[in-house]
Design a protein around this ligand. Structure first.
Ligand SMILES: *Cc1c(COP(=O)(O)O)cnc(C)c1O
Length: 361
């Protein structure tokens, strides 16, 4: 039997949030709720659905491999040249493209722990070495991360807001980091939850690209979260055109589909949908904070659409909640991550959670 190299076999396959249908099938229940994958609970924009449906008639043709129209629109929206933009099959793919572009065997990538698991997996698959720096007070410790950079370091990954903790790093912290990291190390600012962040200290990564100050920054955004298009797979990266030009060599041809490009384009015209998504998220957040406060349980205040709760025996809590028809996500052994949902979904979680922490009450 063919065997993959050792560095590949070391990588654990990504475990996605459990689909609702799977749980219902397994337990013979209905009306399970999924608060596990940071999906937008209000759904996609109607404009995006219509555009994707219309585009389906043309799928005998390959997509525009360069994504001309979508890039043009993003370029107008962000006031940055189209040559600074790369499209991906979700931003996940662009993480992988960036690693394949810039890292070789034995090269190091600095990242936080816990943070998005794909950074370490992509790095390791490429034969690179993930260097994981523990969070400090649930936030990226950018000073420690800067100190961990060695001559072998090619990339630094920052999820801002961080997944799974929902915390942010500030403008001041960025600026200190940028001063310390050498020009030939790529700093990836993964802003998958950009649209949800409300803090006045939250930096827009694009600011660092616009004034031309940082030539070694790659900003990643996605249509999967606030835009509600996770199932279509579309994301984009913005960086100096020379960074993008190099990444284009590693990008698979036709990586964003015809309906994905059409839906993403239309979704950008529906900023009212984003506003509504933010509002629903803020209301759900306040409700969950209130209820968790009443229960006296610990949680981390979030700048995203999920809440991180330090919790012992997370795996067993996860299983028990599944039996109540509520799918959340264990975040390591000692924490839970709950996506903020619609009112009735948040209420279902709170009811199930009450049973979990005070059985028989
Ligand atoms: C969800 C998420 C992504 C985006 O995934 P897509 O591939 O765009 O669906 C990227 N980074 C982080 C930290 C995420 O949580």
């Amino acid at each position: 039997m063919i065997k993959a190299p050792a560095h590949v076999l070391k990588v654990k396959p990504y475990v996605p949030g459990k689909p609702v249908e799977e749980l219902e099938r397994e337990l013979g229940i209905t009306e399970a709720v999924k608060l596990a994958s940071n999906e937008n609970p209000i759904g996609p924009s109607k404009l995006a659905i219509e555009a994707a449906a219309l585009a389906l008639a043309g799928v005998n043709r390959y997509p525009d491999g360069g994504g001309f129209k979508l890039k043009q629109k993003l370029s107008d929206m962000h006031r940055i040249s189209a040559g600074s933009i790369i499209l991906g099959n979700g931003s996940n793919e662009l993480l992988d493209v960036a690693v394949r572009t810039f890292m070789g065997p034995g090269d190091e990538a600095v990242m936080a722990r816990p943070s998005f698991v794909v950074y370490a997996a992509s790095t390791a698959i490429q034969g690179g070495v993930p260097v994981e720096i523990p969070l400090k007070d649930h936030r990226h410790d950018l000073e420690a991360m800067a100190k961990a950079v060695t001559p072998r370091t090619r990339m630094v990954f920052i999820a801002n807001p961080n997944n799974p903790t929902g915390t942010i790093n500030t403008r001041d912290e960025y600026e200190r980091l940028f001063r310390l990291v050498p020009e030939d190390v790529l700093v990836v600012l993964d802003e998958a939850y950009f649209e949800y962040a409300t803090s006045g200290h939250y930096p827009d990564g694009l600011e660092y690209l616009k004034n031309g100050a940082c030539r070694n920054v790659l900003v990643l955004r996605t249509f999967s979260k606030a835009y509600g298009l996770a199932g279509l797979r579309a994301g984009y990266g913005i960086a100096h055109p020379e960074v993008i030009g190099q990444m284009e060599r590693a990008r698979p041809p036709f990586n964003t589909s015809v309906p994905a490009q059409a839906a993403a384009y239309a979704a950008l015209d529906d900023q009212a949908h984003i506003e509504k998504s933010r509002l629903v998220n803020e209301q759900g957040k306040e409700y969950l904070y209130r209820e968790l406060d009443k229960l006296g349980v610990q949680y981390v205040r979030t700048e995203a659409n999920f809440i991180y709760m330090p919790f012992d025996n997370a795996a067993s809590a996860y299983e028990k909640l599944l039996h109540e028809g509520v799918i959340i996500r264990p975040a390591g052994e000692n924490a839970l991550r709950i996506t903020i949902g619609l009112d009735h979904e948040n209420e279902r979680f709170i009811e199930a959670f009450k049973k979990l922490i005070a059985p028989g009450r």
